[in-house]
Write a protein that binds this ligand. Sequence first.
Ligand SMILES: Nc1ncnc2c1ncn2[C@@H]1O[C@H](COP(=O)(O)OP(=O)(O)OP(=O)(O)O)[C@@H](O)[C@H]1O
Ligand SMILES: [Mg+2]
Length: 364
Amino acid sequence: MSEIVLESLGKTFGDFTALADMNLTIANGEFMALLGPSGCGKSTTMNMIAGMLRPSCGAIRFNGQDVVDVPMAKRGVGFVFQNYAIFTHMSVRENLAYGLRAQGVPTADIKKRIQAFAELLQLESMLNRRAAGLSVNILQRLAIGRSAILEPAIFLLDEPLSNVDAAFRAVMRSELKSLQGQFGQTMVYVTHDQLEAMTMADRIAVMDHGKLLQVGTPLEIYNNPADTFVAKFIGAPGMNILQGRLSQSADVASVGVPGVGSIPLSPALQSAVRQLTGPEVQVGFRPEQVNVAGAGLTMHVGLVERIGARTIVHLERGETTAKAVLPADVALPKAQSDWTFAVPQEDIRLFDPKSGQALKARTH
Ligand SMILES: Nc1ncnc2c1ncn2[C@@H]1O[C@H](COP(=O)(O)OP(=O)(O)OP(=O)(O)O)[C@@H](O)[C@H]1O
Ligand SMILES: [Mg+2]
């Protein structure tokens, strides 16, 4: 059992606040991704969970017990650093054995576990090779193996795939996921790559500037981002955010985007816009939700990028820009022409232009 609770956790370096008021509960056996841009405080958070960095305020609890005063070696965590630390003068086998030996595991057991993990991580053929001559991809696999072989109750990985090439990253994504499924450790995985977080994590904690912005399952965050930052950070391309103005005709509230068109609001959003103090509002919709058969919105088509099975259409009108992602089987708009489309009412999201916060509406 290893539940991790971060309670009002904070870290300052002199005058600089690297992390402020972080509250997060990571369930036993959960795969939690800490996701955010460079400098947002991901490693700071991880280092505090691991015991390498002392919090300035707040508590860290493992299964209800405050661990702030417990040294790293006694916390029962495995940690794979962004810059993997492999003993290059040792063989792959010796690297894998190192931690087990330090723990006093009997030699016969060490042998068995190395065999099992080498198989799992496809390192069997190179067990006797010296680490010094191995590729970055293999070293990264070894760094993960060396920590995973200790079967820690809590496994912390800080951007373990950022140095490896794209094809290998895709392979490792699924391997790490199945490794965690097999051992059921509580996993905290730091990344700035939203695709990694979306494909692997049970839940994602999105951070920016030392703050936790939203915690949820990948789909919750994709469908109902808490604010415009999360909306744009998740998805490739991210959510379109357009500047709009509320208007009321008869009993129907709609949002007009200058030069683009008008979007009638669903009943849920009609009630949500009542919290706004002025007519300005930000309208969000995902590029994938653009409906080519519909009408109502018109924009100028700039670039049309065909990327294999999908096409990204770059749209503009005056100051307003947006993107549409279209599947292979639809008629594509022509570059440098006007194009009319729609966005289904239920896929429209609204944000307060002052705070960037989502206006709460019924979710679907
Ligand atoms: N020891 C330190 N002294 C002063 N500032 C620090 C220290 N460690 C981190 N910081 C600052 O705290 C902020 C958060 O750093 P952190 O390493 O947690 O970011 P990160 O989200 O892991 O970023 P990256 O994706 O680049 O690894 C950064 O602005 C960083 O410069
Ligand atoms: Mg970092």
